[in-house]
Write a protein that binds this ligand. Sequence first.
Ligand code: AMP
Length: 562
Amino acid sequence: MNNFPDGETFHDLGLGEPLLRAVDDVGYEAPTPIQLKVIPLMLAGRDVIGQAQTGTGKTAAFALPILQRLDPRQREVQALILTPTRELAIQVAEAIHTYSRHLGGVRVAPIYGGQSIQKQIGRLRSGLHVVVGTPGRVMDHLRRGTLELGAIQFVVLDEGDEMLRMGFIEDVEWILAQAPEEIQKALFSATMPPAIRRIADRYLHDPVVVETEHKTLTVPEVEQRFMHVAEQQKLDALTRILETEEVEAALVFVRTKVGAAELAEKLDARGYAARAMHGDMNQAQREAVIRQMRNRQVETVIATDVAARGLDVEHISHVVNYDIPYDAESYVHRIGRTARAGRPGTAILFVTPRQKRLLRDIERFTGQRMDPMKVPSEADVAARRATLFKESLLRTLQEDEGELQHYLQLVHELFAESGCDMAEIAAASAYLAHEGKPLVAPVEPEPESVPQPEDGMVRLFVDAGRRDGVRPGDIVGAIANEAGIPGKSIGAIDIYDRFTYVELPAQYREQVLERMSGAMIRRRQANIRPATTADQPADGSNKDKKRKRKESRKRKARKSSR
Ligand code: AMP
């Protein structure tokens, strides 16, 4: 599963074949630092305190050893995982479901407030092995006797400090007190406030504390920037970076083998010369990719950490951290792939809403601040394309005079035949040469065409519109259900061809932005973000159509006049 002789693999950790296969299926190439430490300890039956946060791979760190050790033939709850939020409960349950796919018959479900309790009771009765739940609802089921801990072997507290912050700590203690004392327990928490430490002292047996320690780091001289993006925005953000930055060659880091292959394919489909490089490729295949990059046949390589070890291509001008690294150390390794041989280099880090903390961690350990940057706009992309186009036109005029002679003749003929002027002919050629990659951004609208929202309201931008079949009810429904805010508090909804504006009371802004990222609207995933003046509705798509119609009318008129 891993062609690299150096570094520890999942095989070395003592996990069985079905779990190794599942991990390989999801494309993990090597264990993360927290997994390297926690998995063997938990397999050996030790209690663990993991000082780790979201994004470090902590879920697999506790889930894999638990799955290895539970008995699917015994249809009773053997593991209980407590999480602070419904989202995390769902996410952890899904992860466990994925990791258990080759184990045969392991049943896991999330149990949280807000979902029908009867449904949950039904599920619990049907026989679950792992329950992932929020404290309040778990307590409720324990009190009703619909969840029993008679066969329980493992309890995990996930994001302990968050549970404390959200006021669940007493519930958590109550639940722990219901569980038999001698079972194995693990506690994960990004920080260790006194109340969490007290719980650990009281309920864990001789726990091993696992921190991801940091070696002293020599941070390379690289210009470092970061960008806030939703997961679904990453691909667009990357292509815009590739188009607007002065990229000689880019190395893009992702977390998994599958992720690398998919992203390379998507970029390729969009016309970028991209290749993947990951641990399922043999030495010769990887060397071929490096050679293509050196020869500049390939501009962008999508790599996993393991595959990029030792990769040394001098002209890599950009490192893009498409998926955030697990820790500061691997960040430093990654960005060290640029700024080689005295050249300048730029590193850009994508940060999704849940990863802000990892960003701070990295900054703390490198002792350097990263500069924030915005996702380049369509206008930025068009402006850069136009600059490059002008440059290459001028170069061609200066350098390829001979070649141009034939074309000049063609243009003169066209001029004589069509009656169009030379500038029009040149514009048409520029347009044709850039079909699908326009040199001119969608028309800038006049900001005053949209009234500002009322006081206390904010306007959000949703990237789905009439063309996607969106109606006001879809927007209200999605926001009310996904973000849990009252439908009647939603203000004006303006639906345009390709996008929609919706106004909300300002106090719901964060809640909606967080919960709606990637929500489904009309059976497609939609992005939602604060509206900016730059995207005031010109409804460019309509204008485009009108312009095209006008052009075609003109062409017809010319033809018939000949
Ligand atoms: P977590 O910290 O558990 O929320 O995990 C963060 C993300 O890392 C999830 O998307 C996991 O699927 C992913 N992940 C966990 N372990 C690995 C690994 N060893 N290699 C690559 N990705 C991983």
